[in-house]
Design a protein around this ligand. Structure first.
Ligand SMILES: C[S@@+](CC[C@H](N)C(=O)[O-])C[C@H]1O[C@@H](n2cnc3c(N)ncnc32)[C@H](O)[C@@H]1O
Length: 272
């Protein structure tokens, strides 16, 4: 089987599973051959090496396993992060949370912050790279994200800036911090997710409770009770109203909501 034949077979095998079967087939073949995509066009009549191994990659993708888990890497912001099953694949929406948080860090000259739910390390790694003087305590309740985040932090040499801690929310963070940032689980328990998400990504990273905003509300309360000045969070597109009502009840200095690139409500910043 030549590279060209392998691509034809792969594209037709992926036609149901993904929106861009040709493109993803090329990416997976390039990954399999440890080459870039250009190589495939210049070597289309070359016999493919280890075709059975390539077929296994395509079969995994055909069953809706996310591309990022198959290759063990996700592109996020200006970097690539290692990912594996048990860790949320970082999403483009979260880049907006980072920009909003970075603006606040810059404006208020913040130096000590915490992240709740570190996952792959996406938020903390990007913020630490932007602000070399910033210290971050990043928590997660699950072991796998803490292990994977540690690898990503080491890859970028950020061990002196980011401290990982196993914790429910910020229960184990006793240090003074000026801001908490979080992309917590915020999906409602009965929400029907696409199979590439529902069957492969960790439930602990997705579901925020029966309604979905329970963990977000708990974070707001915890941060307020701890006397921390700022909180920046991602949230679901339909959670603005209930969260606005909630902060009206508990009292905050301000809450500013922000939207994602699709124009959907996607997060907020609170000053307490
Ligand atoms: C939506 S993922 C976000 C991961 C990463 N920060 C990102 O943006 O890609 C939420 C993370 O929160 C963690 N988590 C869930 N409940 C938690 C809790 N009560 N305390 C701390 N972390 C929690 C999950 O394990 C998961 O890694």
């Amino acid at each position: 089987m030549t590279n060209k034949e392998a691509l034809l077979w792969a594209s037709s095998s992926l036609s149901e599973a993904c929106e861009r079967p040709q493109y993803e087939s090329e990416l997976l073949l390039a990954y399999h051959l440890k080459q870039d995509r250009i190589y495939l066009t210049t070597h289309d009549h070359v016999e493919i090496e280890a075709p059975e191994v390539f077929k296994t990659l395509i079969q995994r993708r055909a069953k809706h396993e996310p591309y990022e888990y198959i290759v063990g890497s996700a592109s996020f912001y200006d970097i690539h992060l290692e990912v594996e099953a048990g860790v949320l694949i970082p999403r483009p929406e979260t880049e907006i949370l980072i920009d909003v948080t970075a603006e606040l860090i810059r404006k208020e000259q913040l130096t000590h912050i915490a992240e709740i739910g570190v996952g792959s390390g996406a938020i903390s790694v990007v913020l630490a790279r932007k602000f070399p003087e910033l210290h971050i305590i990043a928590t997660d309740i699950c072991e796998t994200p803490l292990r994977v985040a540690a690898k990503n932090i080491a890859t970028f040499g950020l061990e002196h800036q980011i401290t990982l801690r196993k914790s429910n929310l910020i229960d184990e963070v006793s240090e003074e911090v000026e801001l908490v940032v979080s992309n917590p689980p915020y999906v409602a328990e009965d929400f029907l997710l696409a199979s590439n998400v529902a069957d492969y990504e960790p439930k602990e990273a997705l579901f925020g409770g029966r309604v979905g905003d329970e963990l977000l509300k708990q974070i707001i309360l915890d941060v307020k009770q701890r006397g921390i000045r700022f909180l920046a969070c991602e949230m679901g597109y339909d959670q603005k109203e209930p969260l606005q009502d909630f902060v009206n009840q508990i009292g905050v200095k301000y809450i500013n909501f922000f939207k994602d690139l699709a124009g959907l409500d996607r997060g907020f910043v609170i000053e307490f």
